[in-house]
Design a protein around this ligand. Structure first.
Ligand code: 5GP
Length: 123
């Protein structure tokens, strides 16, 4: 899969565009979405050049995959949405045209702070 290093999140990782960081690890970064769809809307991205979920899952190292998910779990705790202490959240990722992915750098959306409704609109 071809990765475009001029995408927005690559620029955030290079420090060319500012972000409101929630947490950071060796292989991943979590920051607030600029246009939040819920009171909590955090994006978790790997630091490596992966276009989307399946690209990351197929080609990232075990260390990158573990580190990414540990950071996502930390975000759930830090934002108070983890179901053991808070009211829960939705984690989603969009891929490609039908997934309506805007930024071609893999990112997990963590959304919470309100009831998120049904998973997808019908029709
Ligand atoms: P996608 O549609 O690709 O799954 O999600 C892209 C997300 O990136 C959107 O929710 C959008 O609001 C967010 N976004 C777009 N540009 C920026 C930006 O410059 N900074 C931050 N923090 N988020 C952005």
């Amino acid at each position: 899969m071809t990765y475009d290093s001029n995408n927005l999140f690559a620029k955030i990782l290079r420090g060319e565009i500012p972000n409101k960081t929630v947490a950071e690890s060796e292989h991943a970064l979590a920051f607030h979405d600029i246009n939040p769809s819920a009171p909590v809307h955090v994006l978790v991205i790997p630091k490596g050049p992966y276009v989307c979920f399946d690209h990351f899952a197929a080609e990232a190292s075990d260390a990158e995959i573990a580190d990414f998910h540990r950071l996502a779990a930390q975000v759930c705790k830090l934002t108070g949405v983890a179901p053991d202490e808070g009211d829960g959240y939705r984690a989603i990722t969009n891929a490609g045209e039908n997934g309506v992915q805007e930024v071609p750098h893999y990112h997990l959306h963590i959304l919470g702070g309100r009831n998120m409704g049904r998973m997808i609109a019908r029709g």
